[in-house]
Design a protein around this ligand. Structure first.
Ligand code: ADP
Ligand code: MG
Length: 741
């Protein structure tokens, strides 16, 4: 927003000193402050339940004063004012200290019995009772002179802001008023086009801000909040619609099917029958590839639903049509495995230039960051000359120096590890030439429809719902970590599987015991709030657990391997190969095995500290076992107090194998940012009010409106405010850069 009061620095509006603590909350301008929405609303008629205060917590409570007395302290000297406030049942004590009693009289006279107020401070326990020391407080209705006004004030919902110790919620409230009161709709650039706003029946931006920051009734703040929520959904959907329109407008080479080509030869040698879903999705993709607009498709399917074959068939169609395909995996382990799988599936069809190759054959090569120089040079050459029909790799494939003779299709596996920006980087691959490649992204993380609309709104979505017949389901059980008999049984089960010629994964959250930053996975959940205060043992680590298992009588003589992200690519390959071949039938690892690793003999997985993993992630993990004909078993060793979120998550996981149900529960239990990753949900702060599961209907409506608008005006020339909001949403890093400069 340009040159409006919206951009005015808070220092100028509130004074430099007063603005200091706001900067601490990341609020620098009038707009920042106005977008700092109340977290909830207190109502003077409804007191805060004081039974659930925990030590160390910074709280803001609405309570009634019961009594307040000043006395001198004989032991230490000085005076204390002790006040007691109540929610009607329980009490909370407030303590103020001073040298002389006189200094406390002001509080005493304000804290009259029966007065309602909000009190804020850090909870501590003194002689078994909850106490706030020197709390900041605000009494209801006492700041107004005339009685009628006092009555109104006493019934208004009170906004409670995300606050800090340095900045209690009412100071934020006062600052918001100072900034908001003089504003008119003309002072701001509303990103919601008026016509959309009117059609949906929503108030203007300034009016909405007044409704959420200074409501008179509950209906007020709800109406304001709904409009701000819609605005978030609309900006997001407009961004996605514009992305989609821009990508669709780029030139592409149509790659229709070629009779008698590699694809036909491949289909003829497939050892199994494609599932109905694979056939349907395959036909859809074949049609996309034959069109002269770039394919932009998301293929989602349960773990083991057979996405790789679908992708390979698409790649072969492109190769048949004279182009090349790139398959991108999130890790080197997975890329290497894809190479192996593709070569196996293709057999002589992948041996172009070699003895025993089929008449019609192509070359499948690997390109990764840590590859030996000679192998890399050769792969680069094959990609550039067109000798390689299929190039498999990691992010290194995105590198600008990688040249393709004619890149016709990019397949991204396990898309949930790639952000929106990377998708854009992929799309612009073809920019050097005249055309862009078709794009197919695949994910095994089931994505609820609204999340798909939000995060992948620029893609068409196909879903594989069935898993090939004959696959045994994975049984999942929760093992309490402190139950010695159960954990002993866990390792005995591992032994039984190994003795039967099968393999076991043991998954840990960390690599080494002494290294807090050692996890491969930035997605680990922080401890449950109910952990606070309790001392919990450190998280289990790969190296420590591997040593420990080696000493267990139950695993006597069993060879144990390790795998984690800090090993070299070659060491990782060796570890995977030794595990696959059964030389080390137990593999202790981090979540690097999460995505796509396929060892059919793996039948059991033990996850340690399972409560630290998200639901979808655990579902992914357990998809690594039971991939052959043997039934899979997943044992979740966890420390999850009954009734905690963690216990709910784990019980849900044990109770269902439906990935969509799990993803939905996961979303409800966690914030979107956690689930989607900051890079996928845009800037972490962009979804302030929107919840993708709860607001499904609203998001769908916003999407229709946004697509209609973008269809009429793809460049959004008529909507500069919307465009600005989109840019701000899409490029938090650019924004940060500007802030620093
Ligand atoms: P994901 O969707 O998790 O990536 P994969 O593509 O790795 O699944 O497939 C899992 C396994 O199922 C592979 O071993 C693959 O060869 C096999 N598979 C794929 N499609 C079928 C099918 N139609 N019938 C039987 N097995 C199949
Ligand atoms: Mg896969």
């Amino acid at each position: 927003m340009v040159g409006t009061r919206w951009d005015e620095p808070l220092g100028r509006l509130l004074g430099t000193r007063a603005a200091g603590p706001f900067a601490g909350l990341g609020l620098h301008t009038a707009g920042d402050l106005l977008r700092h929405y109340p977290r909830r609303y207190a109502s003077p008629g409804r007191l805060t339940d004081l039974s659930s205060l925990s030590p160390g917590e910074h709280v803001t409570v609405m309570a009634e004063v019961r009594r307040a007395t000043v006395r001198t302290m004989r032991s230490r000297g000085g005076a204390i004012l002790e006040a007691v406030v109540t929610d009607g049942t329980r009490e909370l004590s407030l303590a103020f200290f001073a040298k002389k009693p006189g200094a406390l009289r002001r509080h005493e006279s304000r804290l009259r019995p029966g007065t309602l107020g909000m009190f804020t401070g850090v909870v501590r326990f003194y002689r078994g009772a909850a106490q706030l020391t020197h709390p900041d407080y605000q009494l209801v209705g006492t700041d107004v002179d005339d009685e009628a006004a006092a009555l109104v004030e006493a019934t208004r919902p009170i906004p409670v802001y995300p606050a800090s110790a340095a900045l209690p919620t009412w100071r934020i409230q006062r600052a918001v008023r100072t900034v908001l009161d003089p504003l008119t709709e003309e002072d701001v650039n509303d990103p919601l086009p008026t016509e959309v706003r009117e059609r949906v029946g929503l108030p203007g931006l300034v009016e909405s801000l007044r409704l959420v920051h200074e409501p008179y009734t509950e209906q007020d703040w709800r109406r304001g909040r709904d409009r701000l929520r819609y605005e978030e959904a609309f900006v997001l959907q407009a961004a996605m619609a514009r992305r989609r329109a821009q990508a669709a407008a780029r030139p592409v080479v149509a790659r229709p099917t070629t009779p008698g080509g590699l694809l036909a030869a491949f289909d003829a040698r497939l050892p199994f029958v494609l599932t109905a879903g694979q056939q349907d999705v395959g036909a859809q993709i074949a049609e996309d590839l034959a069109a002269d607009a770039p394919m932009q498709r998301l293929l989602q399917g349960e773990v083991g639903s057979g996405k790789t074959v679908v992708a390979l068939r698409a790649m072969l169609q492109v190769v048949d049509a004279g182009g090349q395909a790139a398959l991108l995996a999130p890790t080197e382990v997975l890329a290497t495995q894809h190479l192996r799988t593709l070569r196996e599936l293709l057999g002589p069809l992948a041996q172009e230039g070699m003895l025993g190759a089929a008449d019609r054959a192509t070359r499948v090569v690997l390109l990764t960051g840590s590859q030996a120089a000679a192998a890399r040079r050769e792969a680069l050459l094959d990609a550039a000359s067109g000798a390689a029909g299929i190039v498999v790799g990691t992010h290194a494939l995105l590198g600008e120096h990688v040249q393709f003779a004619d890149l016709g299709l990019v397949v991204v596996d396990e898309q949930h590890r790639f952000g929106v920006e990377q998708r854009d980087a992929l799309r612009s691959r073809g920019d050097e030439g005249d055309t862009v490649p078709h794009l197919l992204v695949m994910t095994a993380t089931p994505i609820p429809r609204t999340v798909a609309m939000t995060v992948f709104g620029d893609l068409e979505v196909s879903t594989l719902t069935e898993v090939p017949a004959g696959r045994a389901p994975v049984a999942t059980h929760v093992v309490p970590a402190d139950n010695a008999a159960w954990t002993a049984r866990t390792w005995a089960r591992v032994r039984e599987e190994v003795d039967a010629g099968r393999r076991a994964y043991v998954v840990c959250p960390r690599i080494t015991a002494d290294d807090a930053s050692g996890a491969d996975d930035a997605d680990l959940l922080s401890g449950e709030p109910d952990d606070q205060g309790a001392t919990r043992p450190p998280l289990r680590a790969v190296e420590e657990v591997a040593e420990e298992l080696a000493t267990l009588p139950a695993l006597d003589g069993v060879r144990i391997g390790t795998l984690h992200g800090r090993m070299t690519a070659a060491a990782k390959d060796d570890a995977m190969a030794a595990f696959a071949a059964g030389r080390t039938p137990v593999l202790v690892s981090t979540t690097v095995i999460e995505v796509g690793v396929d060892v059919p003999e793996a039948s059991v997985m033990v996850v340690l500290d399972a409560e630290r993993f998200g639901l979808s992630q655990l579902h992914q993990l357990r998809g690594r076992v039971g991939r052959g004909t043997d039934p899979g078993l997943c044992l979740l060793v966890a420390r999850a107090p009954e009734g905690s979120d963690a216990a709910t998550r784990l019980a849900t996981l044990a109770g269902t194998t439906d990935g969509f149900e799990l993803a939905t529960v996961d979303l409800e239990l966690r914030r979107e940012g956690d689930v989607l990753g900051a890079s996928q949900s845009g800037s972490a702060s962009s979804l302030r009010l929107l919840r993708v599961v709860r607001d499904a209907a609203l998001i769908a409506r916003a999407r229709d409106e946004a697509r209609a608008l973008v269809d009429r005006d793809p460049a959004l020339e008529a909507w500069p405010a919307l465009l600005a909001a989109i840019d701000e949403w899409l490029e938090p890093s650019a924004q940060e850069y500007l802030d620093r400069a």
